[in-house]
Design a protein around this ligand. Structure first.
Ligand code: SAH
Ligand code: DHB
Ligand code: MG
Length: 222
């Protein structure tokens, strides 16, 4: 199996299930034109996240790591009237692209973009004590993932679904001796999730246009 095959199958899946979407395509184009790193979720992954949020009937969604807002748009489309996505981004250059994409998509009114370090913004949200989130997508710097998970738990309730991106890292996650800070960050997150009695957790490996990686899926049970 090769990257070429994985990409061909992703193209096939997109052709089959994901009709042309001018709004999302324009957002991707704007991200590329602004020179943002092309690390957003793939279209099938975006649809998958949107469907998970729909299945959860999420009214309040939290995202950590906005980039140009591509995954945010998928998630915002899962919301019922009056629903809200809070999305956190460190880089103001990324946030500006995202903000323009939210306006162009007509979804700016249901997206709350917070610019700052995720740990700071999450701690502030936890202290503010607003209503809990129904669905959380963690996709920022991998070294911080364990911290974002712990903070997201404080913003959750029984039934909250948490998805964490990039937890396989071409298989490197299974190597305890890896010197990659991202891999060690994900391993610390896995340790925290495994030791946390309030969640049920698993992870699934994925292949596709972005290569070999995976998602963790957590359900807050108490
Ligand atoms: N979820 C996006 C991709 C996010 S890429 C999508 O699929 O479309 C990861 C993003 O996290 C980058 O934009 C990066 O700037 C941001 N990031 C990195 N460290 C961060 C931090 N400490 N706090 C908040 N955002 C951070
Ligand atoms: C990277 C980050 C991501 O969120 C992703 O999905 C793929 C790659 C990265 O930092 O390399
Ligand atoms: Mg990612």
């Amino acid at each position: 199996m090769s990257q070429e095959t994985w990409a061909a199958v992703d193209r096939y899946i997109e052709d089959k299930f994901l009709p042309a979407d001018p709004v999302l395509d324009a957002a991707l184009k704007a991200c590329a034109a602004a020179g943002l790193p092309e690390i957003q979720v793939t279209p099938p992954q975006g649809q998958f996240l949107q469907m998970l949020a729909c299945i959860r009937q999420a009214r309040r969604i939290l995202e950590v790591g906005t980039l140009g807002g591509y995954s945010t748009l998928w998630l915002a489309r899962a919301l019922p009237a009056g629903g809200r996505v809070v999305t956190i981004e460190l880089e103001s250059r990324h946030a500006e692209v995202a903000r323009a994409n939210f306006v162009a998509a007509g979804l700016a009114d249901r997206i709350d973009l917070q610019v700052g370090r995720a740990a700071d913004v999450l701690a502030r949200l936890a202290t503010a004590g607003g209503p809990p989130f129904d669905f959380v997508f963690i996709d920022a710097d991998k070294a911080g993932t364990a911290d974002y998970f712990r903070l997201a738990l404080r913003l959750s309730r029984p039934g909250t679904v948490i998805v964490v991106d990039n937890v396989v890292r071409k298989g490197a996650v299974a190597d305890p001796a890896s010197t990659d800070a991202a891999v060690q960050g994900i391993r610390r997150f896995n340790d925290a999730a495994a030791a946390e009695p309030r969640v049920t957790a698993t992870a699934l490996q994925t292949v596709g246009t972005k290569g070999y990686d995976g998602f963790a899926l957590l359900l807050v049970t108490r």
